[in-house]
Structures are given as C-alpha cells and as structure tokens.
Design a protein around this ligand. Structure first.
Ligand code: SGN
Ligand code: CA
Length: 538
C-alpha cells in the first residue's frame, strides 16, 4: 500500500499536534508555583466589609475575594497592634519571640522574615505601602514604603534610592505603584510574592476629597454598646482612653479647624477632646486639593460652631460617631475601589488564574462598640481580623471556614503553598488543609494572645489570654492583677465578666490549664513578661 505525500504530511502534522498536546498536559499536571498577592490594610474592621456585615458599607471588590475563594469567620491576631502584627506575620513567631512586642521596641532585623525565604527559593518579591518599621525591608527585590505611619495626602515614600514624595491620595498611589510593578517590573519567568499594604483606614481617617463629600452626607446605624458604661467589666475597660466622647479629638479626628475653635473660645489643648492635630494632614494639601476639601470642611465646621455648645453629652457622642464613621468608611471606600483595580489587572493580564490573593488587616478595630475607637484589647472587634483568600482551582469559591486561625499562620501557609519548606522554629500552622477544605485534619482548639504596649496612648493595660470558640479568659497585669472570663456563646458582645461566677468555676480551671499549656508551648513566661516591662521602663 502506498501513501500519498499529502496524506503523509497531514499525518505528520497531526502527530506534531498530539505530541505538543501531551507536553502541555504534562505541564498542566505540575502547575507552576503560584504567585501570591498579599493585601493588608491598616485597622480595617471586619464590621466594615460587606462579606462579613453589610450594615455600614458595601465593599463589592473586597467581597470578590471571598466570593471567588474562602472567608475566614474566626481569624484573629496574636497582639492587636500595628507593627507587632506585621512582625508576627513576617517571622511566623509570637511577639515575645520575635521581640517586636509594641510599636516602640526595635525590630531585630537579623531575624529571618518569610519574603527572604521566597527570594532564596527563586521568587521575585516586592513590597509597596505601609510597613511601619524599618526603612529597608529584607527579602524584597523592589519596595516603596511609607515612613512610619505615613501620610494620607501627598505622601513621602522610602525607596532603595532614597526618599520621594508623590502627589495625590495615598490609597490610589500605593495601588498605582503595585499595578505598575506587576505590569512593568515583574519577571515573567519567575513566580512573585507581592505585599500590597494600605495605610488606610488608619487614624486620622482622611478620605479622598470626593469620598469625603459623598460620605459626609450619610448616616450610619449605631452599635448597641455605643453608650457602654463598662459595668461588669474589669479595671482595664474602665480606664482605657479610647472613648469617642472623652478621647476622640475634635480637631484631629472630627476635622474641626483651629479657627472654628478660636471663634468659639474653645482653643484649649489641655481640655480633653480639644488637642490640635487638624493641620497635620490638612497642611499637606496643595491649592487644588484644599479647594476640594474646603467646602465639606466648612459645612462640618459651621454645624459644629452653631450646635455644639447646646449639645448634651449623648448628642455629642452621636455626632462624633457619625463624623467618625463618615471619614473611616470614606477611606475604606477608596481601599475597595483600588482593590478592584488590582483584581481587574490580574484578570486582564491572565495572572489571576495562578495567583493566590489574600485580603486581611493588621488587626481589627472598634467602630463605636463599647463606645470605643482603636484596638489593642483581646475583646472581639480588636482581636478578630478580616481574612479571605482566593486561589482558583484549589479553594472552593464562596466557601466559609470557622476555625480559629491567626496572623501567626500566614508565613507557614504561604511557604507551603509555594512548595517551600517551613522553618521548624516558626510557631504558626499552615492553613493549607483548611484552604483545601480538609477541616478534619485541623485540631487547634484554642489560641494565645498577648498585648504589651502600656502605659501608652489609649492606656490599654497589658494582658494575655486564651480564646476558644466558646470562651475567652484574659489576665490583666502590671499595675493590676485581674482576670476576666467571657462566655462567647451567651454574651457575644462581651458585656459580662463571669470570672467570679461560681457556675463558671470549672471553665476557669480548665482554661487556666489551657493557658499555662499554651504559654509553655509558645515559649512565653512570667520571666519574659518581666523582661519586657523592664525593657519598656528603661
Ligand atoms: C497613632 C494613633 C493612635 C494609634 C497608634 C497606633 N494616633 O499613635 O490612635 O493607636 O497610632 O496605631 S494618631 O494621633 O497618630 O492618629 S497602629 O495601627 O499604628 O498600631
Ligand atoms: Ca494598625
């Protein structure tokens, strides 16, 4: 039998195609290592993410991550304050081991942080936005970070080549830098780890002018515990200085101009609530920005001047709460828009398919619950933090996980996801089983918490504690020696300390054992508590 040259050619072409197909299949069976986009905002409360709760704001873009991936309903931090949280994330170790116990103490830069391990494993790494400590992050090929807390308006950035100031609004700028890196500086031959770190919605909550205008027209529902009197709680809740009425500053936080106060005869920095601070962010505006902020500021100030003198304390509290929410949520609206821009970029560039996207905050935040702003406490709104992760093909879209996970677990998770060995001295657990829906292999029943920064701004006393899904036991120490127990099922708002209730005697005994066990497991101790007090008071 003879084959015509035409048939032979067709046969050869078909064979070539099928050979190519086989190669492609092999490649897709062993997918290349995933990229990781780690998005973290500063002080973003889960109460202000509509994937969790939608009574305050809609965040459709952040919610996309949950819709296409997994929402963690019980994610928490180990120490609810900014720089320590970041140090825990970077090292995979509790504060007492990584040494960055509070915002003041130095971070020991000789420690291994996980981006260094990614870099050594052949990942391209980058960091844009707020880090809060150090000016030369280790393990990142490219970075532009805000010095310290950074500024909302026309922010300055630290870069490897020196400082630079960029005109505009910080949330937009950090996003522009991130997208520009992905688009122009990314090496297509390497997987990447990118940390995209927002300053917003950190105090003093300066929204972009258009959001400022939009959000000052809105009214928000008040939390049930706005007028909490802290009865049935310990000394720490009563002495904390983060109450909206007493400790939130009219100029710095509610945006009352010094000139308004002068006209009212209220310029008394020594009077609680009237310290300066307005001109910090406002003073950075250029003429065009000022012209956009001014009409909104004028109307706030006019209302204040006309109405504040006749207001009762209750009315002042309510007014301050609305002003707070308008600004805080206005900042979040920009974060949401910008997260949307980055997600769109990942889709359009084809990167989304092999990129793990994580959204979290460095801790939670009080949005008027217990009458508070700020964080620090082991109580839920501060202790819990948003966490959602999407990973196409691995995480089931629209899934929810209720296990108790911590920011301590991030580094081991990212390393395992990238197929890199997790250093044995990291204290977190990889969340990979949970991400794959294998909850049965997860056996954590309690987490450990320890807060140190006291005496300091907001005056939240030092405390450590243990939290299970059902209970929370905390020990406040240093200038008090008090225990608190909350029944999380019966009292989710944590209004009643039941530590002395005889009905809970067994629970207390059990949790004290658990706490002691965790202190040993994580290598924390009374000696270390004392060492950090001595170091702080030096
Ligand atoms: C600043 C804020 C505080 C805040 C700390 C720590 N005051 O000092 O309200 O608790 O940062 O925040 S402000 O006058 O600067 O607004 S953290 O997120 O960086 O830990
Ligand atoms: Ca923070």
């Amino acid at each position: 039998m003879k084959f015509s040259p035409v048939l032979l050619t067709i046969g050869l072409v078909l064979c070539l195609f099928s050979c190519a197909d086989t190669e492609q299949e092999t490649a897709s069976e062993t997918p290349s290592r995933p990229n990781i986009l780690f998005i973290m905002s500063d002080d973003h409360a889960y109460q202000a993410i509509s994937a969790y709760m939608d009574h305050l704001i809609q965040t459709p873009n952040i919610d996309r991550i949950a819709k296409e991936g997994m929402l963690f309903s019980n994610a928490c931090v180990t120490n609810s304050i900014c720089a320590p949280s970041r140090a825990v994330i970077l090292t995979g170790k509790h504060s007492h081991l990584n040494g960055k116990i509070d915002n003041r103490s130095p971070f020991d830069t000789t420690q291994v942080t996980f981006p260094q391990i990614f870099q050594d494993a052949g990942y391209q790494t980058a960091m844009y936005g707020k880090l809060h400590f150090g000016n030369n992050p280790k393990g990142v090929d490219d970075f532009m970070i805000l010095p310290g807390q950074g500024n909302y308006i026309n922010p300055r950035f630290i870069t490897a080549e020196g400082d630079t100031t960029i005109e505009g609004y910080v949330t937009d700028i950090i996003t522009d830098l991130t997208i520009d890196w992905l688009d122009k500086k990314r090496d297509p031959n390497k997987p990447f780890f990118m940390a995209y770190l927002h300053k917003a919605p950190h105090r003093p909550w300066w929204p972009r002018p258009d959001k400022f205008k939009e959000f000052t027209k809105k009214t928000f529902p008040e939390p049930a515990s706005l007028f909490d009197d802290y009865s049935n709680r310990g000394t720490a809740a009563k002495t904390a200085e983060m109450n909206l009425l007493y400790h939130m500053q009219y100029p710095h936080d509610s945006k009352i101009r010094p000139e308004t106060l002068e006209a009212m005869g209220e310029v008394k920095p020594e009077v609680p609530g009237f310290a300066g601070g307005f001109n910090g962010p406002y003073g950075r505006t250029n003429d065009a920005q000022r012209a956009q902020y001014d009409p909104v500021l004028d109307s706030i100030n006019q209302f204040f001047q006309e109405n504040w003198p006749g207001m009762t304390d209750e009315e002042k509290m309510k007014w301050k709460y609305q002003r707070y929410m308008q600004d805080y949520l206005g900042c979040i609206s920009s974060v949401d828009d910008n997260v949307g821009r980055v997600l769109d970029y990942l889709e359009e560039s084809g990167l989304a398919e092999n990129t793990i996207v994580v959204y979290t905050s460095d801790q939670g935040f009080y949005l008027g619950e217990h009458g508070w702003f700020d964080k620090r406490f082991i109580y839920d709104e501060s202790f819990k933090t948003p966490l959602m992760v999407k990973w196409p093909g691995v995480i089931e879209a629209g899934s929810t996980n209720n296990e108790m996970v911590q920011n301590l677990d991030f580094a081991p998770t990212f390393l395992e996801a990238a197929g890199i060995d997790v250093p044995t001295d990291m204290q977190g657990e990889s969340l990979m089983p949970l991400l794959k829906g294998e909850n049965d292999s997860w056996d954590r029943d309690a987490v450990y918490y320890h807060y140190y920064e006291y005496p300091a701004v907001h005056m939240v006393k030092r405390h450590y504690g243990v939290v299970t899904k059902e209970y929370k036991l905390a020990h406040f120490y240093y200038d008090v020696d008090e225990w608190e127990l909350y029944d999380r099922m019966k009292d989710p708002q944590e209004m009643n300390n039941v530590y002395d209730d005889p009905e809970y005697a067994d629970v207390v005994a059990e949790l004290k054992d658990k706490l002691a066990e965790l202190r040993v497991k994580y290598k924390d101790s009374a000696e270390l508590d004392q060492k950090f007090i001595d170091q702080y008071n030096k």
